[in-house]
Design a binder for this molecule. Structure first.
Ligand code: GLV
Ligand code: GLV
Length: 263
């Protein structure tokens, strides 16, 4: 019989026309409904608003073989739980956007740093260096005019952008976060911005999201805040949905996934 797939949010048609999906305009699927809908599915295509944890995997049951997330981040996935189950039930979660081996969970990291660098250099020759090199956090903080964070949120990266880091940055430098709010200690960032320790910040991500307008960061005139929309161009989201869908199908066929986002 044909595999059954459930998609947790409206995603562009490139990736969704052959699936059953939650089709409300802009609210995430309510958890209760999600737990119902995933019962018995072979594959699940999710976005970062869904927590993929033990409860969800239990609700889905043993048919679930492939999990494909339409996101670069994977902090909404319980990797431990996926790893545990991939041993016992043949679950092959596909996590698009990230690198390396995690049990039978395939994860790959993009080279986002290099992509960001390329765009800056295209935008205005702000960067003459085409390729990055690895340096210590101290050197990175003290040398950078723009410090852009693109890493995943993991126990190791939680709060790594804190007063220690800000105190090493130049007073003229700009801090940018497009990864996850949790990598930044927000009170320390507020201090650094309000005291003039650093010149400014641009945040696509915060804790929580969206950040309440009463939050102290909104009182600053050197901080720009967006509601987690950095990937929200038609081109990017279309490509992400097609990649997530293709990888889901490849996963169901037991074939290796595509690791390149075609823009
Ligand atoms: C966006 O935040 C993503 O993880 O793709
Ligand atoms: C945000 O940038 C997302 O991919 O939802």
């Amino acid at each position: 019989s044909l595999p059954r797939v459930y998609i947790t949010r409206q995603i562009p048609p490139e990736g969704s026309h052959f699936f059953d999906l939650w089709d409300s305009d802009d609210v995430p699927v309510p958890r209760k409904e999600l737990l119902q809908k995933v019962k018995g599915v072979d594959a699940l295509l999710c976005v970062l608003t869904e927590k993929i944890d033990a409860e969800l995997l239990d609700a889905a049951g043993p048919n679930l073989r492939v999990l494909s997330t339409m996101s670069v981040g994977f902090d909404h996935l319980s990797l431990e739980e996926l790893k545990k189950r991939s041993v016992t039930s043949d679950l092959l979660p596909l996590v698009y956007g990230v690198n390396g081996e995690y049990g039978t969970t395939e994860i790959w990291y993009g080279d986002m740093g290099n992509m960001v660098l390329l765009r800056y250099s295209v935008m205005g020759n702000m960067v003459t260096l085409r390729y990055g090199k690895y340096v210590s956090m101290d050197e990175l903080a003290s040398q950078s005019d723009f410090l852009t964070v693109c890493c995943a949120l993991t126990p190791e990266t939680k709060d790594i952008c804190n007063k220690d880091l800000f105190s090493k940055m130049k007073k003229t430098s700009i801090f940018i976060n497009t990864s996850r709010g949790g990598v930044v200690h927000q009170e320390d960032l507020y201090e650094a911005l309000s005291s003039g320790q650093i010149a400014g910040a641009g945040l696509d991500v915060t804790v929580p999201e969206p950040l309440p307008t009463s939050h102290p960061l909104f009182t600053l005139n050197n901080c720009v805040i967006l509601p987690h929309i950095a990937s929200a161009s038609y081109t990017t989201r279309n490509a992400m949905s097609a990649l997530a869908a293709n990888n889901l199908l490849l996963g169901l066929k037991g074939q290796p996934m595509i690791k390149e986002l075609k823009l």
